[in-house]
Write a protein that binds this ligand. Sequence first.
Ligand code: PLP
Length: 386
Amino acid sequence: MIYLDNNATTRVCDEAIAAMEPFWWRDFANPSSQHAMGQAARLAVERAREQVAGLIHARPSEIVFTSGGTEADNLAILGVLRANPARRHVVVSAVEHAAVHDLARRLAVEGLRVTFVPVDGEGRLDIAALEAAVCDETAVVSLMHANNETGVVFPIAAAADVVHARGAVLHADAVQSAGRLAIDARSIGADLLTLSSHKMHGPKGAGALYVHGGTRIAAVAAGGHQERDLRPGTENVPAIAGFGAAAEVAGARLAVDAARMAALRDGFERDVVSRVRGAVVLSAGAPRLCNTTSIAFEGLPAEALLIGLSQRGVCASNGSACASGAMEPSHVLAAMGVPPALADGAVRFSLSRETTREELREAVEALSAVVARLDAGRVRTVAAIG
Ligand code: PLP
C-alpha cells in the first residue's frame, strides 16, 4: 500500500517501539509509586518530558502529558476559562480541527460568547478580523498552527501580539506542525501549545500541552496530583516513553525531512496538475506545511475518488468528516469559500518522512486512472439521461 494519509496518523518509528517495550512488562509500575519499580517508570516519564520539551525548545516543567491532541485542546480552552471566570469570551478560527471547533460550538450553546474568525480564499487567517474580535472580555484565543486539511500555516507570533494586547491567553494547536515545522516555544508567542504523539511517528494515546510559565490555567478533570495538578490520572507510561523517543527523532531530522517532503510534495502537485484534468491545488498561494496537499477534482465526488485510489493501493483522505458513515461537507473548505462542486471533490494527500518519489509516481498513475474511469462513467450517465 502507498500510505499518503499521514495527517490522520503516522507509522510508529522503530525508536518509539523500542522505547515503549520495557514499560509493558518489566517496568510496569505506577510512576507515582515510591518504590524502586515506580521510580523506574517515573524516570521514563521525566526523560520523555525532556525529549518532548526539546522538540519545541521549552523547559521540561512546561510540558503536561495528556492522552492526545484532543484532550490537550480541551484542557487548554476549558482550563483557561476555569481559571479566569471573569472573562466569558472565546475566539477561535473558522477552520479549527473538531477538537477545538466542536468545543467552541458547544460553549456557545452553553451561553458563552464565541467568535469564529474568518479566513480568506486560500485559508489564511484574517488578522484584522482577529484584532476586531479580541477584547478585554476574551479569556482564550485558540488558533491552529497548521491546518490538518490544507496544511496552511497561521502566523502565531503575529496573532500573539494581538491577543496579549488584550490580556488574553493564546493557545496554538500544533498537532500537525510539531515535528514537521521548527517550533520555538520561546519565540512563537503562544502561552499554550498542543502536541500529539501519533502525528510524529509516536504511538497513539499520548499528547502534551505546553504551558508557558505563569499562564493562568486550571485542571478540568478532578483526581490525583499528576502532571502539575493539571491532568490527573495515572500516566500512560509506555505511550509517553514512545512519544518522547519519537519527538527526539523528529527534532533531530526535522530540517532535512521537511525540505525533502516539501520537494516531493511540490513535484507531486506539478505531476497531478499536468496529468489529471481539472485538478486544482487548494491553498497553493498560502504558506503551507511541507507534507500536505489538498487537491480538488471538480464534479467528482471525493468518496468515489478515495475508493478508487484505495482499490489501487493508495491511501488518501478527504476534507470531510466521516460521521456515522455519512460524509459531511468540510467546514474548512466552506470557510474558505471553495464552491461545493469543487469542495466535494477535494482529496488530501499527506506525506511522511518515509514517503518516496516512486510511491508518489505510482499515486499519480493511480489517480489519473481513477479520474479517467469516473469521467467516463459521468459521460455515460449524461448520455443516458440525454
Ligand atoms: N488538532 C489537529 C489540528 C488535528 O489534526 C488533530 C487530529 O487529527 C487533533 C487536533 C486531534 O489530535 P488527537 O488525534 O491526538 O486527539
